[in-house]
Design a protein around this ligand. Structure first.
Ligand code: BGC
Length: 333
């Protein structure tokens, strides 16, 4: 595997490639930086948004391509109780704690190991009390390229009970267009979870509406341009969708590039987020990254689950193994 280890700060870049894909990742935040493929018209496409420099990844929010942890998404008021003890996390998004806190895994330098030419593994030991979370947690995030599929495996183990919900925050756009609205989306979900004005899931409530329903593939603009209440509150799509099938639960496609991205996962749901809070900051080649110019498919357990379910699937008991995966397959249509 080609890799570049010339910086003095421990940040290393890796290239996973085969005949049809070139994928750049880094141990900073276990981040997916670029995924280059040739589209149906012979044009080179980069399937993910990103910054131009590493310094922007280090100083900005947005979580472009990054691993989210210890717990992806929001935890209500940055508080939760486990085994009778209350824990307090940094509040960094309105009244809530988002994506593991002010210095979550997205902003950490991981150790790394090249497993083989198309597989790199990033590891991190998160100490007891890190960002307020209990227990020492050992984490491994493994990127593997196989044919036209990139998979991310999430493993973790702790020395005491804790909570974990690991995800990835790549912003996909399959044709380089300035808006995601013309892309089509299919989501195998009969329901989504409504959120409040701060983006926090509304406990134990499920909903579906014409605008939010993607069981039949349709252009994303049909949701984003609607006056649906969920869209208004979320400033676009920014909601967990609960999958009804294990096979190809999410398919994103562009008729312009003739590419589709098929997502599979061991997780039961995904936060679908249409980059509503991107604010025009410069991305690769200085091109502004605007609101609704990409879509994140953040596979995970239910957000804020620990505050809703005492038996939450996000609880990782001492010595148990956390082992989840998500794969992204790119195909020509
Ligand atoms: C959340 C958004 C948030 C974004 C930050 C997403 O996972 O759902 O509400 O603004 O992350 O980049």
């Amino acid at each position: 595997m080609e890799y570049q280890d010339t910086r003095k700060d421990g940040i290393v870049f890796f290239l996973l490639k085969n005949d049809t894909n070139q994928i750049y990742v880094t141990n900073y935040g276990a981040t997916l930086l670029s995924w280059l493929v040739i589209d149906r018209h012979g044009m080179l496409e980069d399937l993910v948004l990103g910054y131009e420099t590493m310094e922007e990844y280090q100083t900005q929010d947005g979580y472009l391509g990054a691993c989210l942890g210890r717990v992806a998404n929001r935890i209500e008021r940055g508080r939760f109780t486990l085994n009778g003890s209350e824990y307090t996390l940094p509040v960094n998004n309105g009244p809530n704690s988002l994506h593991g806190g002010t210095s979550g895994f997205s902003h950490r330098i991981f150790d790394w190991e090249i497993v083989n030419d198309q597989c790199v593994r990033f590891t991190l030991v998160s100490p007891d009390g890190d960002q307020g979370y209990p227990a020492t947690l050992e984490v491994a995030i493994t990127y593997t390229l196989e044919g036209d599929t990139l998979s991310i495996r999430y493993e973790a183990q702790s020395d005491a009970d804790t909570i974990v919900n690991l995800s990835n925050h790549s912003y996909f756009n399959l044709d380089g267009s300035p808006s995601i609205k013309e892309h089509t989306l299919k989501i195998e979900a009969d329901r989504f979870i409504p959120v409040d004005a701060d983006g926090l899931v509304v406990a134990d409530t499920f909903a579906m509406s014409d605008a939010m329903d993607f069981r039949q593939e349709k252009p994303i603009k049909q949701a984003l341009d609607s006056d649906d209440e969920a869209i208004r509150l979320g400033k676009g799509i920014d909601h967990p969708y609960v999958f009804r099938t294990k096979t190809d639960p999410v398919v994103l496609a562009s008729s312009k590039s003739g590419l589709e991205l098929v997502v599979n996962t061991s997780y039961p749901q995904a936060q679908i987020y249409t980059a509503n809070y991107l604010d025009g900051r410069p991305g690769k080649h200085g091109v502004p990254m605007k609101a609704q110019s990409a879509i994140c498919i953040e596979t995970q357990y239910r957000p804020n689950d620990i505050n809703q379910d005492p038996q939450s699937l996000t609880i990782l008991r001492k010595g148990e193994k956390y082992d989840e995966w998500t794969s992204f397959t790119v195909r020509k249509r």
